[in-house]
Each structure stands twice: as C-alpha cells, then as structure tokens.
Design a binder for this molecule. Structure first.
Ligand code: NI
Length: 131
C-alpha cells in the first residue's frame, strides 16, 4: 500500500493540548512527534535516548543545568542521552520531536501526570505499522 503524505499545519491544527506529543510517523525505530509546549515542563533525562527538537512555530527555552538555550522557529537541537533538560515556553510553541519509539516524555522524572510515550494522531487514519 502506498503511503499518504501529511501536512504539518493540518496535523498541528488538529490538537490543542500542551505537553502531549502526537506520533505522526515511525521511521526505522524512531517516532516523529508533534507537540505544543506552553509553560514549564519537568526536569528530566532520558538514559538511553537522544532527543531531537525542531521548532516549527514560536519559541521556547531548553534549560540545561549549566545554561539555557533559546530556540525559535526553524531552530533545532539534539539533547544527548543522559543530559538533564527542561523545556520552558512562555507562549505556545509548536515542536517536532524525533526520538526512539517508546521514549517517555518525562524520562526519569517521577509522578508527573504529563508522562507519556505519545499517542498516534488519530484523525490521520490507521498507522501503516504502529510499533
Ligand atoms: Ni526529554
């Protein structure tokens, strides 16, 4: 079966919740996700997953224990595995993430109700091969 394209703007307009990544593709063991950030996330690290963030619209700050990095539309950063980080967005920010399938958004942080592995964006129809 041939694949269907996905329009990022359309996918982004289909949800509005913050800190709740939506899976839009699975590629070679990685999940591509869309998320909207607003406010402060929780400090955490991913022991075995590098995490790529690409800002699609807006801006946010990626805080590390030793510095803070400002990211605007079109900017990207890869947070290496094991490095503590906390995204903070003063205004709503749309972000594309790439990380291994099954990665929990809050990493090693405990008791956070925002913890999740992401859910498939349902209005795109069934995924070709959701792992
Ligand atoms: Ni993370």
């Amino acid at each position: 079966m041939s694949p269907n394209p996905l329009t990022l703007d359309t996918a982004l307009s289909s949800f509005s919740d913050h800190w709740s990544p939506k899976i839009i593709a699975a590629v070679n063991g990685q999940h591509v996700k869309l998320a909207k950030f607003k406010g402060e996330f929780v400090w955490h690290a991913h022991a075995e997953a590098d995490e790529l963030f690409l800002v699609l619209d807006g801006k946010f700050t990626m805080e590390f224990r030793d510095r803070a990095v400002e990211l605007g539309t079109g900017d990207m950063i890869v947070v290496p595995r094991g490095v503590e980080h906390r995204p903070v967005a003063t205004c709503e920010c749309s972000v594309l993430l790439i990380e291994p399938a099954g990665t929990v958004s809050t990493g090693d942080a405990e008791d956070d109700d925002r913890a999740g592995r992401g859910e498939w964006l349902v209005d795109r129809g069934p995924a070709p091969h959701a792992p």
